[in-house]
Design a protein around this ligand. Sequence first.
Ligand SMILES: Cc1cc2nc3c(=O)[nH]c(=O)nc-3n(C[C@H](O)[C@H](O)[C@H](O)COP(=O)(O)O)c2cc1C
Length: 250
Amino acid sequence: MDGLKNSLGYRYLQETKFDAQSIRRRMPPDIAPAPPYKEYAAAEKVALPTDWEINGSLGDVLQYRRSRRRYTDKPLSMQELAMLLWASQGINARAGRYLFRTAPSAGALYPVETYLSVQNVQPLSPGLYHFQPVEFGLERIDAGPTGAKVAEAALGQNFMAKAGVVFIWSAVLRRNFSKYGHRGLRYVMLDAGHICQNLLLAAEGLGLGACPVAAFYDDECNRLLGLDGEEESVIYLAAVGTKEEQQPES
Ligand SMILES: Cc1cc2nc3c(=O)[nH]c(=O)nc-3n(C[C@H](O)[C@H](O)[C@H](O)COP(=O)(O)O)c2cc1C
């Protein structure tokens, strides 16, 4: 018998459906919220440059974007890194207590945190960093080369070790589940998709190569970042590097 209806995904979608009756009967979830931003207070801070401008035609970027997995040794610049971070998770508007970002988020809750495995970005030292959107800066959480470890944690996808930077996105589940309960997982994953697509389009616009990655060992990725995998867990990655010319990629 076909297993579709026994799959967890199928059951999840069925059990988290809205309809006109159930939407009125639903109870607020018994889940405490989490702070809207994560901060590594003791970490060394790195300010990101703001002297850049994103140009380029959206039409061209949409036409030419591809998942690109071959990178040269040329480092990314701090300006390029800053543009990628702003495009994917930068704050672009403020209204009261809400800080809106370049990518949409269900309920403006922004449950996704951005970490970086910095591997070849001049003049940034290699290591693991956390992105601070409010300050528009980085917090260094671990020093030393991490490319090989990230590639290993991504099922041995070695092209990731050659990237200038790997974006690693985690979800702080409470931030979303405290409002949306069981249905929240749908929104967290959709949020991550928006963020990653913004990154991929920005990378293409900058002439860089990027590739999204969802095949990874969850526990290994969480361990690398010191996340517990329960309150906060890695959900998606993307490698970005200086692309080789003439890449005939899928
Ligand atoms: C959710 C998701 C997960 C993916 N995971 C991987 C991955 O683990 N490794 C990889 O090399 N590419 C991965 N990709 C890239 C796809 O293989 C690629 O998008 C697809 O082949 C279509 O090619 P295009 O992106 O160039 O249009 C992923 C893409 C998505 C959207």
